[in-house]
Write a protein that binds this ligand. Structure first.
Ligand SMILES: [Ca+2]
Ligand SMILES: [Ca+2]
Length: 159
């Protein structure tokens, strides 16, 4: 009986922890984060984050940025974040809060808002962490391009 009770408590605990910190998510500060193994368009990345109870990451300050960099540095790949200019008015806002960023991490001369090569013009409305060649800083690009993505889920206040 004691053993059964212990096992039930263990199951409850796993469920509780699973709810707060879903499997494969990494806790940092007041959020947990998911770094995708797969690549998707920005829009599909946003949907994928939503399906697992989060949103595309909102990078609020240098501390959060440093944490994210520490996780993506070993991989030299590009990751979508939740910054977009879907209205097409060249003003980037966070998809989760609707706020204009107070912290930014742009590559020099970015955001460029469009790809300017002749015969291949398209607008750039979605932002990603670039790879090593651009020191992992932010760049905007076509939302249709496929990249890895980072989801964020804010933890509840009663931690
Ligand atoms: Ca955040
Ligand atoms: Ca750009």
């Amino acid at each position: 009986m004691h053993e059964l009770k212990r096992r039930m408590l263990k199951l409850l605990e796993q469920e509780f922890i699973g709810w707060k910190y879903p499997r494969d998510w990494i806790v940092h500060g007041h959020s947990c984060y998911f770094f995708s193994p797969d690549i998707k368009s920005w829009t599909n990345s946003l949907a994928a984050c939503g399906e697992i109870g989060g949103n595309l990451v909102e990078v609020n300050d240098v501390t959060e940025n440093n944490f994210l960099l520490s996780k993506i540095l070993p991989y030299n790949t590009e990751h979508w974040i939740g910054l977009t200019d879907k209205e097409g008015n060249d003003t980037y806002v966070w998809i989760s809060s609707g706020q204009i960023p107070t912290f930014t991490f742009w590559v020099d001369h970015e955001p460029s808002h469009q790809w300017k090569m002749p015969e291949n013009v398209f607008v750039e409305n979605c932002v990603f962490y670039s790879n090593k060649d651009n020191d992992y800083m932010w760049n905007d690009y076509s939302c249709e391009a496929e990249r890895h993505y980072i989801c964020e889920r804010t933890l509840t206040v009663d931690e």
